[in-house]
Design a protein around this ligand. Structure first.
Ligand SMILES: Nc1ncnc2c1ncn2[C@@H]1O[C@H](COP(=O)(O)OP(=O)(O)OP(=O)(O)O)[C@@H](O)[C@H]1O
Ligand SMILES: [Mg+2]
Length: 236
């Protein structure tokens, strides 16, 4: 079953249109990557879904058109966005950030269980549980941003550049945790990632954007076998 479908999606910042026609689909429980050069519109595509940029075209989630819906309503439908730059709350502790992620939930026991799960998934956060978000390393902030998104118990996770600015080893362990989360929770994922090797370690398929348009979609295996993809994204 298709969970999310974008068809001819356009988006503008003020008078400037930056997406001219993005089409992609995410199966329920699937993981799909978005590849593209700097400025191609990857981040804007995620913003179009989460309702934080003005959009046209069709965005259908779980059978309903969510295009133009307010960000809080989109979130309430089960779409969690881990934005570029992480967006953790620096003045709140790790524990408070996790609780904020669960703000729409009423199941206190479930929330406590899920906080424990996050700390098992990211053991580094366990030692930092009373630290402010602003005192965390870049890698720890990324882990917290993902954990906080998980705390809303989404059906779809939008993940923007989770490896950006991290040391290679840290980026790898963040992706290992995301793979585990995917396997154990079945959350569908739409993943923007500059590091295509990391992206392909997680996603089943990917779509390539060029100047705001979808130019190519294929399975991870198909894309990895294409010369132009290898040259542009896989360093050879
Ligand atoms: N808030 C904004 N206001 C105006 N223009 C913007 C804004 N954010 C992005 N843009 C422009 O929209 C286009 C697409 O940007 P976007 O951030 O979606 O690209 P991206 O593929 O995520 O790039 P990167 O790999 O650098 O993160 C770019 O030309 C960018 O300059
Ligand atoms: Mg971006």
């Amino acid at each position: 079953m298709t969970l999310l479908e974008l068809e001819g999606v356009t988006a503008s910042y003020g008078p400037v249109q930056v997406l001219g026609g993005v089409s992609l689909s995410v199966p329920d429980g699937g993981a799909v990557g978005i590849l593209g050069a700097n400025g191609a519109g990857k981040t804007t595509t995620l913003r179009a879904i989460s309702g934080t940029v003005r959009t046209g075209g069709r965005i259908v989630y779980d059978g309903r058109d969510i295009r133009g819906m307010r960000p809080d309503r989109v979130a309430a439908l089960g779409i969690a966005h881990v934005p570029e730059g992480r967006g953790t709350l620096g003045a709140l502790t790790v524990h408070e950030n996790l609780r904020v992620g669960a703000y729409l939930r009423k199941d206190r026991k479930g929330i406590a269980t899920d906080i424990d799960y996050c700390l098992a998934l990211f053991p580094q956060l366990q030692n930092r549980i009373r630290s402010n978000g602003s005192a965390l390393s870049g890698g720890e902030q990324q882990m917290l941003a993902i954990a906080r998104a998980f705390m809303s118990r989404p059906r779809l996770l939008l993940l923007d550049e989770a490896s950006l600015g991290l040391a290679p080893g840290t980026a790898k362990s963040v992706y290992e945790a995301i793979r585990r989360l995917r396997k154990e929770s079945g959350i569908a994922m739409l993943v923007v990632e500059q590091n295509a090797n990391l992206a392909f370690s997680l996603v089943d398929s990917a779509t390539v954007l060029e100047t705001g348009r979808t130019v190519l979609t294929g399975s991870s295996a198909e894309l990895k076998g294409m010369d132009e993809i290898r040259r542009a994204y896989l360093g050879g």
